[in-house]
Design a protein around this ligand. Structure first.
Ligand code: SF4
Ligand code: SF4
Length: 350
């Protein structure tokens, strides 16, 4: 059976953009599925929100009100960030506060969820997430060097686990450096937040120190730092297991995923080159199925790209052209294998 994915065309300059976010949530019927006294997580990505205002504090106030009207307890939550390049969580919380996103919970206490026959064996899910009955996961969709694209699956997989769990997951995807291509220019050494790169005649990564953040990849002027295909597959499997651990105790109709396809960048927000924009704004999508939602989001971007790009040397997959060793379709495939959703979807334009 196919999953419903709701879609509203819009762009960040549309004066009704934020109104349309409220409209799409109402259309999914999410609030009607809440039951008295439930804890409802509103999962945002704080770091991303500072760069791209993909949801407003007014939206959050309204979401909380709708949740409270159901006699439930709604609260904003984000995960502690693995990366040390921009802001620590205290600065981040403060900056979000200044933008009206107050009381964002950053809490590293976690419960361990076992994964039978998994790559990860267990996942450290943030306790408040594990204990909650419902969630609304709001993501900014964009490219990602380790998984090709990043949307709802990435937000629940890495954004709902504690720091220790994130390090375990990211260690699966430590990059490699080509000794032939490397010019020993020092750039990667300077950007590495963990001081994990040494340079002699070429650059070397200390695997003990490397957290697999992959910030170094796009810094290299010679494209000498890459993720190999095996590591990327392992990471995507781990990512699916992490999503599974986060969502496995929630009923399908109690979790709503929203992807905002605006300010679409090739890189994730922690990347030093994250300011580039790759494709024009497309709109907002929402679904109870994170697999269907990410698949639909990726396909809509590719359709848009195909219709506007005339470069015959590029494939029709916009993110595949950027991250040639990474097959992003695997993340939705693995998630589907773990029964997190289906790739078969019905797009309903509002
Ligand atoms: S940035 Fe690239 S070329 Fe420069 S040292 Fe690092 S790997 Fe080598
Ligand atoms: S992935 Fe690169 S930047 Fe990140 S810790 Fe490892 S070596 Fe450093």
């Amino acid at each position: 059976m196919s999953s419903k994915v709701y879609f509203i065309k819009t762009n960040i300059d549309d004066e009704k953009y934020y109104e349309k976010i409220s409209k799409i949530i109402e259309k999914t019927g999410f609030y009607n599925n809440l039951e008295k006294n439930e804890d409802v997580i509103i999962k945002i990505h704080g770091q991303d929100l500072l760069d791209t205002p993909y949801i407003s504090s007014k939206n959050i106030t309204q979401i909380k009100k709708r949740i409270n009207d159901k006699n439930c307890n709604g609260f904003l939550l984000d995960s502690n960030t693995l990366y040390h390049t921009k802001l620590d969580n205290y600065d981040l919380k403060d900056k979000l506060n200044q933008k009206g996103f107050d009381n964002v919970i950053y809490d590293d206490s976690a419960v361990s969820v076992k994964i039978n026959n998994g790559i990860l064996k267990d996942v450290e899910v943030i306790k408040k997430v594990n204990d909650s009955q419902a969630m609304i996961v709001i993501s900014h969709f964009k490219g990602h060097s380790m998984i090709s694209f990043s949307g709802a699956l990435k937000n629940v997989a890495t954004g709902c686990i504690n720091l220790n769990g994130q390090i375990k997951l990211h260690k699966l995807v430590q990059p490699i450096i080509s000794k032939i291509a490397c010019l020993a220019c020092n750039v990667c050494m300077d950007v590495c937040p963990e001081k994990a790169i040494n340079i002699d005649s070429t650059a070397h990564i200390n695997k003990e120190l490397c957290t697999g953040c992959n910030i170094c990849i796009s810094s290299c002027p010679k494209n000498a730092i890459k993720i190999n295909k095996i590591n990327s597959k392992q990471f995507m499997k781990g990512l699916s297991e992490s999503s599974y651990a986060t969502l496995n105790n929630k009923k399908d109709n109690k979790v709503l995923f929203i992807n905002t396809l605006i300010n679409i960048k090739p890189y994730y927000d922690c990347n030093i080159n994250a300011e580039k924009v790759l494709a024009k704004d497309i709109g907002i999508l929402a679904s109870n199925d994170c697999v269907a939602l990410d698949k639909a989001s990726n396909e809509l971007i590719n359709e848009e790209y195909e219709s506007t790009d005339s470069n015959e040397n590029f494939s029709e997959n916009i993110f595949q052209n950027l991250w040639i060793n990474v097959d992003g379709s695997l993340q939705v495939k693995y998630a589907e294998e773990l029964k997190l959703g289906t790739q078969d979807y019905e797009l309903i334009e509002l």
